[in-house]
Design a binder for this molecule. Sequence first.
Ligand SMILES: Nc1ncnc2c1ncn2[C@@H]1O[C@H](COP(=O)(O)OP(=O)(O)OP(=O)(O)O)[C@@H](O)[C@H]1O
Ligand SMILES: Cc1cn([C@H]2C[C@H](O)[C@@H](COP(=O)(O)O)O2)c(=O)[nH]c1=O
Length: 223
Amino acid sequence: MNNQTTPRGKFISFEGGEGVGKSTQVTLLRDHLTAEGYEVVVTREPGGTTGAEEIRQLLLSGDTDKWLPMTEVLLFYAARVDHIERVIKPALEAGKWVISDRYADSSFAYQGAGHGLTQDTLKELHHIATRDFWPDLTLVLDADVDHGLSRATEREAAVAANNREDRFENMTNDFHQRLRQAFLDIAAANPVRCRVISATGSISDVAQRIWQAVQNFRQGAAG
Ligand SMILES: Nc1ncnc2c1ncn2[C@@H]1O[C@H](COP(=O)(O)OP(=O)(O)OP(=O)(O)O)[C@@H](O)[C@H]1O
Ligand SMILES: Cc1cn([C@H]2C[C@H](O)[C@@H](COP(=O)(O)O)O2)c(=O)[nH]c1=O
């Protein structure tokens, strides 16, 4: 009988403000890890399952004041629980690495610092919904707000008006400045899990910084 168990995979999240380059870097990291022989699942929040993608449409389109902050965060967590239970945990248990384009730190930044829900409320909700399930490594991409927003706005302008996912991009500049600081504060408060990566420079400059952080993480995890 073979008693060998598959080692659990690793869960990496990418976080940061609008247009800092998360989706671009998620794909590059997936390619890098795949080339090194890992089985990698790329996913995103809100989304990743049929139901969560439906919730995504409710959340990302429409007027900025469409949802009350509490309604909004409950929708994000409804999507998140589905995502964790149906995609993330099964993949990790099968030994795969999971890379998620955003996870719960976005709720702490957007619905917390952005919309004013308290840390205690968010921590309690996270505990009830996920039993404190967090990534092994979180890469916080940091860049000037106006720079990222103009890239994101340009991208959305190319999308048909009825398919745009720009509800959060349309929030005030002050909202986006609070987000940037919130992500930096989250990283400072969680130094074991989080790494801040400067998202300025070329796509390949940023990818190199990320790869260095992932190598350091792998060495730490192996040792
Ligand atoms: N380092 C970079 N230099 C120049 N352009 C970049 C860089 N990184 C990404 N871009 C471009 O900026 C745009 C936004 O990038 P991307 O979609 O990866 O950001 P994002 O953080 O996932 O955005 P959002 O949070 O709004 O979904 C894309 O058109 C992408 O090609
Ligand atoms: C997970 C999560 C996301 N958000 C916001 C952040 C972005 O504006 C959108 C997701 O769009 P992206 O193009 O895929 O980055 O949703 C949030 O407010 N709270 C969350 O928990």
